[in-house]
Design a protein around this ligand. Structure first.
Ligand code: SDX
Length: 394
């Protein structure tokens, strides 16, 4: 009963399942808010416009903006670490060749296996000292593109290429995946997308990595767990699913079943989740989405009407979602269209997210280890009441 002075709230209590709205720890790495996304004091649009991915990786891992000398040393070191153990590449190639080269293949699983194998040849694997953690972070950052590329080329039945020491990380990633030197624009757009994907405070995969790190487990174990978390369609897997949805819409239109509007009306009637839309934190839009869309559109416009059509469909989907549901796209929505017009195979979209987010994950693993306490929250028990075993019916 409420007293006469108490005001009865008509508001539904906040749904805190999935730790929604709860702050569970401190970090110096990243600040996510409705108004800004900041990596160690630098705002995301500023970084996307003025920095390179290697500079951002230095900011996240080492902790500050590099001087010209520091950047050169950092980049040289990364280049020197790109080669991956031959035996590991052979396993990657074998698994990749046994997967169908279609959207059903799971390069995320291949990459997770690759990282797990890397742990066995990393001399610092079981060493959690800050120096060893930094060396492992750099090796992972340098070697993930090699693994992604080797898997993709093997899956397509092509001869994998060695990493190119003359290319920056983004361009080298495209080179390793295709065996072709990327255009300047494609390399730039990949670089920007890696900057945008690099870090996002306590998202599910980073939190998973921190939980694993908090047990004092090694960095590779934490990264394997993070990859598992990122693979899901509610998290990083959404960039692949967003493109799959656009392809479905295109096929629906081509079959004469209707247009984008009727596709969306059917999706709403069936209460389908639209991939690449919505966000746990951002309720007024994801700061990264517009930046990536504008870079992707440059490629689409350059490639002609067949490429531009994906942005036309996507823009209409976005408009309908906003007008009818007040839900905005997250970074994964423009990512799908952008990587598609760049010619990147859809199953590699989430592994590319890993190639970038490895910087954020490693920064968080190191931060967790710097001031560690086991992450072990409590649960609210809602199961059956206490019953004597011998008195219970089976
Ligand atoms: C990433 O956390 C991070 O920082 C992640 C990330 C990062 O950089 O690390 O930003 C990257 O993972 C982006 C998110 C990618 N996922 C998707 O695009 C999948 C589709 N989106 C959703 O399922 C959803 O929006 C989540 C999972 C992203 C967020 O889920 P929440 O916070 O639990 O929100 P919710 O599911 O409770 O939705 C609230 C309401 C619901 O409606 P009501 O029941 O209140 O009427 O919004 C609706 C939802 O049905 N809604 C959607 C929707 N997203 C939310 N309806 C249709 N399509 C959607 N995509």
């Amino acid at each position: 009963m409420t007293s006469s002075t108490e005001v009865k709230s008509s508001k539904k209590p906040a749904d805190t399942r999935g730790l929604a709205g709860q702050t569970v720890g401190d970090t110096q790495i990243c600040q996510v808010s409705q108004t800004e996304l900041i990596y160690r004091g630098y705002e995301i649009a500023d970084l996307a416009e003025h920095a390179t991915f290697e500079e951002v990786a230095h900011v996240l891992l080492v902790g500050h903006k590099p001087t010209a000398d520091e950047l050169k040393r950092f980049k040289d070191e990364l280049v020197s670490m790109r080669a991956v153990d031959r035996g590991i590449l052979e396993v990657i190639g074998k698994i990749a060749r046994s997967e169908p080269s279609s959207d059903d293949a799971h390069p995320m699983g291949i990459l997770r296996t690759g990282i797990s194998l890397l742990s066995h040849v990393d001399p610092d694997c079981e060493d959690n000292s800050p120096e060893a953690q930094m060396r492992k972070s750099k090796r992972l950052l340098a070697q993930i593109p090699t693994i992604i590329g080797y898997g993709q080329m093997s899956c397509e039945g092509k001869t994998p290429v060695d990493p190119d020491p003359n290319l920056d990380l983004a361009a080298n990633l495209l080179w390793c995946m295709t065996g072709e030197k990327p255009s300047e624009l494609n390399a730039k757009v990949m670089d920007v997308s890696l900057i945008l994907y690099a870090e996002h405070d306590f998202n599910a995969s980073t939190f998973a990595a921190r939980v694993i790190a908090s047990t004092e487990a090694d960095m590779h174990s934490a990264v394997c767990g993070a990859i598992g978390a990122l693979k899901g369609p509610l998290h990083g897997g959404a960039n692949e699913k967003a493109m799959a949805m656009l392809k479905d819409i295109d096929a629906y239109i081509a079959a004469g079943n209707g247009d984008v509007d009727s596709f969306m009306a059917e999706a709403f009637a069936e209460k389908r989740k639209l991939m690449g839309f919505g966000h746990r934190v951002y309720k007024n839009g994801d700061h990264r989405a517009g930046i990536l869309r504008s870079w992707g559109l440059k490629i689409a416009e350059q490639n002609g009407p067949d490429a531009k059509k994906w942005f036309d469909i996507g823009d209409r989907v976005q408009q309908i979602m906003f007008e009818q549901k007040n839900i905005y796209p997250n970074v994964d929505f423009p990512c799908g269209m952008t990587y598609f017009v760049m010619g990147i195979p859809v199953p590699q979209y989430t592994p590319i997210f890993v190639a970038s987010r490895i910087t954020g994950w490693c920064a968080h693993i190191m931060e967790q280890h710097q001031d560690n306490r086991l992450i072990r929250p409590l649960a609210n028990y809602t199961g059956p009441a206490l019953t004597k075993w011998n008195e219970a019916r089976s």
